[in-house]
Design a protein around this ligand. Structure first.
Ligand SMILES: [Zn+2]
Ligand SMILES: [Zn+2]
Length: 375
């Protein structure tokens, strides 16, 4: 079997080996005899120890150079994963099989036992390695920021010439929470609300980034009407000398809200029940039932005074339908019969109708006015 080749370590003759193809790397130990080759052969290359950094607040795991949410309850799976990725199997091994098992030693240490087998130089080899994994509990950047009250933008929800209603305040807060929760859900670790302050004028919502403050403001205005403006303030310079701004998004909800009954100043068409304030104010005339729409330049805030809201309406008795334009009802306060305007939505077969008594007199409201349906 020998043809003049000898093991360079022990001098024993070795069988002739095929020359590697030109350009192929030659393994350093390839010329050794089997005995010398296996003497310091490692089937598996494993690290002495692995450290896994986890956030003790939210459970995120530090990977590469960032924190990632893994949704793990215990870290055994994470330990197995990290160890598996760190193991190297000898390139010459064929028919490799392996098993891996975790042993929880205590809260912060896990031992990963791995068993490998393979065939090298026609010989079956087996190797066991144990990699200790240390769990190091820290606070991730996001949890640190939340704990420290960090924010980059404030959305101030206010209204034009009035205080936002309880419903508007609650809805604006809900819009912010839903938007941020959806971003978080998508894995955006920069998305959070650090504080909501209920001021007498309306809520101040402190949000992690400027971009999300703008997103929240847009959505509030899209749903509740009004507009918003941005006011940046320089707070500091970061380590690289970049200017860091905080932005206040001042949301102004419209002066009038759906369900309100207003009397536009510059026409004599009578009171209007407000239906929508998105874009420009739209509603219905209570004298006739005709549509009302504020002029483009008036937008959602035409000059008008408020007479009441649909919630103030009372159900009263229809005494008699006089003609196409008038009907007699009972005044809900004095119980006197009164002749008032008959709007097109008035149902002549009904025994009662909802009416609003205001400075402008008695007016019949549409039957669906009381539940304001904005969508
Ligand atoms: Zn040898
Ligand atoms: Zn965390």
């Amino acid at each position: 079997m020998s043809s003049g080749d000898f093991c360079p370590r022990c001098g024993d003759p070795v069988p002739e080996r095929a020359e590697p193809l030109p350009g192929m790397p030659r393994e350093r130990d390839e010329v050794l005899c089997d005995e010398c080759y296996f003497e310091d052969f490692d089937l598996v290359d494993a690290p002495d120890e692995i450290q896994v950094r986890v956030c003790s607040q939210c459970g995120a795991v530090h990977r590469g150079n960032r924190w990632v949410d893994v949704g793990a309850r215990d870290y055994t799976d994470i330990a197995i994963e990290e160890v598996s990725e760190s193991l190297g199997v000898h390139l010459k091994a064929e028919d490799v099989r392996w098993g891996i098992e975790a042993e929880q030693v205590d809260e912060n240490s896990i031992r990963i036992h791995c068993t490998f087998s393979g065939v090298v130089r026609g010989t079956y080899v087996e190797e066991d390695v144990t990699v200790p994994v240390r769990i190091s509990r820290e606070t991730c950047q996001r949890c640190g920021r939340i704990a420290g009250g960090y924010y980059s933008s404030t959305v101030q929800v206010r209204a034009n010439d009035r205080t936002p209603t309880k419903e508007e305040q609650a809805r604006a807060t809900e819009i912010a929470e839903t938007y941020i929760a959806a971003r978080e859900e998508k894995g955006d670790r920069d998305a959070f609300i650090s504080e909501i302050n209920q001021t007498p004028e309306g809520p101040d919502i402190k949000i992690s980034t400027n971009q999300m403050g703008r997103g929240v403001s847009k959505r509030i205005v899209r749903e509740l009407g009004g507009s918003f403006e941005e006011y940046p303030t320089l707070v500091t310079e970061d380590g690289d000398g970049n200017e860091v701004y905080r932005v206040t998004y001042a949301v102004r909800l419209p002066k009038f809200t759906p369900g309100e009954v207003i009397d536009p100043d510059d026409d004599d068409g009578g009171p209007v029940l407000v239906r929508s304030v998105r874009g420009n104010l739209k509603g219905v005339r209570l004298d006739t039932g005709e549509e009302y729409e504020a002029r483009f330049e008036e937008g959602e805030t035409p000059d008008a005074r408020t007479l009441g809201t649909a919630d103030d309406a009372e159900e009263t008795t229809v005494v008699t339908v006089e003609d196409e334009h008038s009907v007699q009802v009972l005044d809900p306060e004095t119980y006197e019969s009164k002749t008032i305007a008959r709007p097109s939505y008035f149902d002549p077969d009904g025994a009662t109708v909802p009416v609003l008594k205001s400075r402008a007199g008695l007016h019949i409201l549409p039957p669906d006015a009381v539940e304001t349906d904005e969508e």
